[in-house]
Design a binder for this molecule. Structure first.
Ligand SMILES: *[C@@H]1O[C@H](CO)[C@@H](O)[C@H](O)[C@H]1NC(C)=O
Length: 310
């Protein structure tokens, strides 16, 4: 038997394949309403273990409904994520960036938290939107840069709407878009979070009053028919991912936007899933950088060369 190193073409093919396979795994962005994630919840090791499995799949993960003013809960999750790293020999290190506590009443203050892999994502900017009375929890906007994605710099706008005014809040994301795209000179904007964009809170008829629907440059990647809730009693696409513009849409891996039903994927009983949240995460994958895409024709050429040399 001769190994791949014995044949130069084979070796090159092998190397190209390895790079290509690594790139093909894609860059995953997730959004998860972790329903009242606080210090108490984080002290349950089962919850932290499950969350670690869910969040460690993502290059960037937005958590919503975090109530952790002293950063104890997020710290517990981060230390678990960075510990598991050793155990599974996974090379990633995770960091977080959090908003302040946002809300209109003292007993319902929530934070937006982004957890990201330091090797694949670099936080370049952050900005707390102040929209007067527009939102109960105003978006905490971040800009990331990645060398692994086709699109280099992109803006993430999180939103956990208040159910009582979901339609108005989703519509006002348009104003946030206008402001932030101008501020950072970048229209590669993704909106994500629990918008309550379904069932009783947003009906089909409401769409005409939402600029993110009437302006066709916005693409809703998580569709209306999807169920982002855990229980069988509800079948609602509350959690959504929306992107602006053709360049961003082209940088998305086709059909990669979906609910991550980890009850099914990780074979967890419903009760264990509900310990973490009554929502499932949603996610999408960005395409790998242009350099790696350019390697694809090279790969085909190498296969052809190799086959003809046989
Ligand atoms: C904004 O971005 C565009 C294209 O990305 C670039 O051509 C232009 O020079 C930028 N403008 C400023 C003010 O940085």
């Amino acid at each position: 038997m001769r190994g791949p190193s014995s044949h130069p073409v084979l070796l090159l093919l092998f190397l190209t394949l390895s790079v290509w396979t690594a790139a093909a795994s894609g860059f995953r962005i997730c959004s998860y309403n972790v329903q009242n994630f606080n210090r108490n919840k984080a002290s349950n090791y089962r919850v932290i273990h499950t969350l670690t499995r869910v969040v460690s799949r993502c290059d960037i993960c937005l958590l919503q409904d975090v109530r952790d003013p002293e950063s104890k809960a997020v710290k517990a999750l981060l230390s678990s994520l960075n510990r598991e790293t050793d155990r599974y020999e996974d090379e990633y290190h995770y960091k977080s960036v959090s908003s302040e506590a946002l809300g209109k009443s003292a007993d319902d203050m929530q934070q937006y938290v982004f957890i990201y892999r330091t090797q694949t994502a670099t936080l370049t900017d952050q900005y707390q939107y102040r929209g007067g009375q527009s939102f109960i929890r105003e978006p905490f906007i971040v800009q990331f840069e990645s060398k692994d994605t086709m699109i280099k710099k992109f803006i993430l706008v999180p939103l956990h709407t208040d159910p009582s005014q979901a339609v108005q809040e989703i519509d006002r994301l348009y104003d946030v878009f206008t402001e932030v795209s101008k501020k950072w000179n970048n229209t590669n904007v993704m909106f994500l979070g629990d918008f309550h964009a379904a069932c009783a809170y947003m009906t089909r008829a409401d769409k005409k009053n939402i600029r993110l629907f009437t302006n066709t440059k916005f693409s809703w990647l998580i569709r209306d028919k999807v169920d982002t809730t855990v229980t069988d009693d509800t079948n609602c696409a509350y959690d959504r991912i929306v992107v602006y513009g053709e360049p961003f849409l082209k940088a998305i891996r086709p059909f990669s936007a979906k609910v991550y039903n980890f009850a099914k994927e990780l074979k967890l009983p419903r009760s264990k899933v509900l310990q973490v949240s009554d929502h499932f995460p949603v996610e999408v994958k960005l395409r790998s950088s242009a350099l790696l895409l350019q390697a694809t024709p090279l790969l085909i050429l190498l296969v052809q060369t190799f086959l003809s040399a046989l």
